[in-house]
Structure formats: structure tokens, C-alpha cells
Design a protein around this ligand. Structure first.
Ligand code: HPA
Length: 234
């Protein structure tokens, strides 16, 4: 039991999937895991542990934004020994070639700041995915025939951005999509020697203004969850 996670030691698997939305954690666990059981409901941030093809997996909500994710990932790593942490979430598309429903595998994540910013001072640390996970996820996505892009993303601190010029600079530099969590996940994984990846579904588009209708979300998000689970055990 930690400040924010009520699970007993041993109730959290070494492999953890991290959706931002606690109800997506419930859906992913009930849809893809065998015998999922609720292991955390502190603050309604649901966490479930079950198994995927016989291997233990936890799906734990991270909340929105890096300060929230940082709390859960610090506790999952330091108190529960999580080894492989894969964010499954949505993002906004930032390139014409990236379409709504496509999957993005975040190789790197640019950011203005993360909760870890204080450590680095004037240094610009480069948060990057674990290569073995990234490589495996790309192979799984290709085998499944899922439209997938691999490259840099942008972890923003704000959804309602009063500085659209920053998005423009990101787009100009080939950034594929924007979300709000991956840079801190990658930074914490680097610090503690764990494996991390963000597998993202494009739910809306900053150039076209298109947004995924809620009726389409489950099917599209399912590809992302399967890619994450298969990559974790490749
Ligand atoms: N901005 C930030 N985070 C997001 C977005 C977005 O457009 N879409 C999904 N997560």
C-alpha cells in the first residue's frame, strides 16, 4: 500500500499498462486480461491485475498530465517493483500523414518541462522509449496490419493551449502527435532502469480538426492495447 495505490505488495504485476483514464483501465482489463481483479480504487484511479496468455499484467490508470502520471509511476516502480511500463493513451495528430485512428509509437518525447525538470536544470534531457519494446511493438503493429507511425511526439502540460506557436514548431520539426504524459514516463524509466513505451491512438487532429467519434473508440483503442501486450512479452 502506498499513498496513492491501495494494492498489497504482490498485487501489482511487473508489467503495467497505463491508460490515463481509469475507466479505460477497467475496459482494457476486462476485455484483454484473464481473471482481472480490482487491486486499486484510491481516488477512483482504478487498477486491475489479471493475466495475458498466462502472464501477469496490471492495468493502472495514471490520470491526465505528467504530475499525475509521475505519482503513479514513482510508486509502481519504487514500491511495487514494476519493470515494464507501457502507456496506452490517445493523442492529437500533428502531421498530414498521421490519420485519426492510426497508432503512434513514441520513439522520443519532446517537452517544455516534466515533474523531473528540477533535476536537469539547464540540461535538456531527451526522454526516449526502450528500444526492445519499441522494436517489438513496431513488429506487432506491422504483423496486425495496423496503420502505425514511429517517431517523436510532444508531451504538453496543457490541453487548452494558449501558445499555438509551440504546436507549430513541433509540427515543423516532424513531431507526430501531442499528448500529456509520455516524457515523464520515459524520464522515470531511464532513472530507475526500467523499460517504457507509449503506444498512442490518434483520437483527434490538430490540422484537420477531425475527432474520433466515441462509437469508434473501442475498436481503435483495442489495437493499441493488443500491440502493448504483445510487445511486453515479445
Ligand atoms: N492535446 C493534448 N493531449 C491530447 C490531445 C491534444 O490534442 N489529444 C489527446 N490527448
Amino acid at each position: 500500500m502506498t499513498v496513492h495505490i491501495g494494492a498489497k505488495t504482490g498485487d501489482i504485476a511487473e508489467t503495467v499498462l497505463l491508460p490515463g483514464d481509469p475507466y479505460r483501465a477497467k475496459w482494457a482489463a476486462e476485455t484483454f486480461l484473464d481473471k482481472p481483479r480490482l487491486v486499486n480504487e484510491v481516488r477512483g484511479m482504478l487498477g486491475y491485475t489479471g493475466s495475458y496468455k498466462g502472464r501477469p499484467v496490471t492495468v493502472q490508470g495514471s490520470g491526465m498530465g505528467m504530475p499525475s502520471l509521475s505519482i503513479y509511476v514513482n510508486e509502481l516502480i519504487k514500491d511495487y517493483g514494476a519493470q515494464t511500463l507501457i502507456r496506452i493513451g490517445s493523442c492529437g495528430g500533428m502531421q498530414e500523414k498521421v490519420k485519426v485512428r492510426d497508432v503512434i509509437l513514441a520513439m522520443t518525447s519532446s517537452t517544455l518541462s516534466t515533474p523531473s525538470r528540477g533535476i536537469f536544470k539547464e540540461l535538456n534531457f531527451a526522454p526516449a522509449a526502450d528500444w526492445s519494446l519499441l522494436h517489438a511493438a513496431a513488429a506487432v503493429a506491422e504483423a496486425k496490419g495496423v496503420a502505425t507511425h514511429v517517431g517523436g511526439i510532444y508531451s504538453s502540460d496543457v490541453f487548452y493551449d494558449e501558445r499555438p506557436d509551440l504546436n507549430e514548431q513541433m509540427m515543423r520539426h516532424g513531431i507526430l502527435g501531442v499528448e500529456m504524459e509520455a516524457a515523464e514516463l520515459y524520464t522515470l524509466a531511464a532513472r530507475y532502469g526500467r523499460r517504457a513505451l507509449a503506444v498512442l491512438t490518434v483520437s483527434d487532429h490538430l490540422i484537420t480538426g477531425e475527432a474520433l467519434p466515441s462509437s469508434d473508440r473501442e475498436r481503435s483503442f483495442g489495437d493499441m492495447v493488443e500491440i502493448a501486450l504483445e510487445a511486453a512479452f515479445a
